[in-house]
Structures are given as C-alpha cells and as structure tokens.
Design a protein around this ligand. Sequence first.
Ligand SMILES: Nc1ncnc2c1ncn2[C@@H]1O[C@H](COP(=O)(O)OP(=O)(O)OP(=O)(O)O)[C@@H](O)[C@H]1O
Length: 363
Amino acid sequence: MKDTKAETFLRFDNVKKSYDQENLVVKGFDMHVQEGEFITLLGPSGSGKTTVLMMLAGFESVTSGDIAINGRSINKTAPNKRNIGMVFQNYALFPHMTVAENLAYPLTVRKMPKAQIKERVAEYLALVELSAFGDRRPGQLSGGQRQRVALARAMIFQPTLILMDEPLGALDKNLREQMQFEITRLHKQIGFTVIYVTHDQTEALSMSDRIAVFNDGVVQQCAPPAELYERPVNAFVAEFIGENNFVRGKVTQIEGETAKVETDTGTITTQTSEGLTEGAQCRVSIRPEKLFIHPTTHAHDNALTATFITRIYVGDFIRYYFRLPDGTDIIVKVLNDLSAPEFEDGATAQLLSLTKDCIAFAN
Ligand SMILES: Nc1ncnc2c1ncn2[C@@H]1O[C@H](COP(=O)(O)OP(=O)(O)OP(=O)(O)O)[C@@H](O)[C@H]1O
C-alpha cells in the first residue's frame, strides 16, 4: 500500500533478520534515506552490514519489520522488480562477453530497442573513461578497469538506487583511492542514491554523506562523517572511527555538558556522554592529533603527566608514544615542523587537551 505521509525515498523500519529462527544478526534496523544520499554501512566483520544490503536487494527475506521505497513496502517484491543496481567486490562480469556486451545485458533483459542500447552503452563507456575498451573481454582488463565496467553496468539502466558491497576490496591502495574518487564523481554527476558497505573507515569517511556504524547487528550511530569523528556517542564508535586514546578515570562532577574526571595523573574537564554518572569509573577519549606536548615546568589545566617512550617519524607527522602511570600508552600526533620536540628516554611531559576534544564514556 502507498504510504502518502512518507516522503523519505528509502526507509527501514525495525528490520530484523535471523538465519536460524533463533539468533538475530540484524536487531531492529531503522533508517530513513533521502534520494541522492550516499550512505555507508560500516562495521566489523559479521556485524550485519551485508545482510542489510541483501534484504534491500531482495536476495534475503526480512524476518520482521519493513523496507519501503517511496512509501511502498518492497518486502515481497522480487529482486528483479526492485530496479536496484549492484556492484560487488568480485566484479561478477560475464567473462565470455565483451565489455560492451556486458553493459548491454541489463538493457537487453529490459527489452530496450537495439539502437538505443548502442547509444546508451557508448555513453556509459565514456562516463567511466573506457570508450576504447568496448571490444575487450573482462579477462583482458586490469582490476580497476573491470571494476569500472561493473560500475557502469550497475548504472546503465539508470536505477535510482545502487548497492555496493566492498566494491574496492580487491584493489590495491592507489587504485582504491582513484576508484573512491571515481565513484563519488559519478554519484555527484548522476545523483543516484548509494548504499555502500565497507569495513574500511577511511573509505567511509571520505565518500559518505552519512555513515551507519554497526556492531553486532545494532547501529551504534548514524551521522555525517565529521559528527561521527568529533562527537562519537559511545566508546565503540570512538574506537572504530579513527585513532583514539582512552584514559581511565573517575567522574567527580557533572555540570551540564561537561564533566570533571580525576585520573591517576591529573584532572581533566571533558564533554559528557549518555549514561555517565558522578562517582563512576569512565574512559576519556582523546584523538592523538588533539593533544599538545608541553614541558613539566608549569602546571597546566587539562594536563596529563606522562613518560616519553619513543618518537616515530612518519613523514608529514611525528608520532609520539607516551605512558601514563597506570601503564596506558598514549599516542600524540604532531605536525612535522619546528614545533615537534625532541625528548630523552624516560623524560616526562604534560599532554594538554581542550575540553571540547575530550569525551568521557561510561565504562
Ligand atoms: N546465509 C547465511 N546463513 C547463515 N548465517 C549467515 C548467512 N549470512 C551471514 N550470516 C551470519 O550473519 C552474521 C552477519 O553477517 P554479515 O555478512 O551480514 O556481516 P558483515 O557485517 O557484512 O560482515 P563482513 O564485513 O565480514 O562481510 C554473521 O554472524 C554471519 O555469520
């Protein structure tokens, strides 16, 4: 039935999945996606990302809940009637067909007239910059070229929704970055909606409008990249997205949005998060690039006193390893310029941070 209230393009309402009628691998997935959005499902292996994609594609049934496109439930719609394009890691191109025949295939099955197919194939070959390769077979292409053919084949029948499951997983780092750029360029140019599955957080951060972080079948947070990075809602998200330091302490005071946390080596004022209570143990998350190193000569606010362990040169940054009295290792990233200090083994320093860059999470 058409839901006239729903203006959302794609919605998941309390979607659950069990493969064995016993254990849920997706535990109540809710998401509203606007047309043209680039959404990434990110999470560790086995957290349920591919299962969500398979239910959306129609290759897996929905145990309970509803998936709707333009307000219409698609739970019972056959996969080939959903008008969804798909790209997978292993290309899934037909090896016996040429590149042009591979691209023509989705149009032939949709019974498009021959002349129009020829035109459309030429257009999409140009779009993925493979105009000269139409007569080759997939086996005569590089991995990156094959993946571009797979992309073109997913887009060529102009679906409004394209699903991609680790599409760049088989490519090396340089090619991966090039293809990330290529996919975002096509997404912007053509404006289709993308649901993208990856476990690579850098890829997710650089490509998506919003990222849903999965853990054990449950979305922990769904937000734009900067919000996920700057304001993770819990320690799992803070740890999963980017690098992080965690400092143990005790919450001594909560006042509005900030909390005072007493650690073994100094008191820090932090942002609060849900579930934090006065008197309880907590972990304070601070990104390595948000810490400043100072000598111990003057006492500072929001300072942790730590022992220098080592300094590693990584080109544009210097990575410092410090240790807190309770044995916790702390990483500090400093731009490789004249401000990057040198230390003797075992020297102590103060690691300073701003309240806005520290978040205390309940243990
Ligand atoms: N066809 C299936 N039958 C039974 N169990 C399955 C099936 N497919 C997936 N699972 C299980 O469901 C859970 C979620 O798997 P899913 O593939 O959705 O995770 P994922 O987050 O995509 O992982 P990955 O990044 O490794 O692909 C896992 O525990 C997996 O073993």
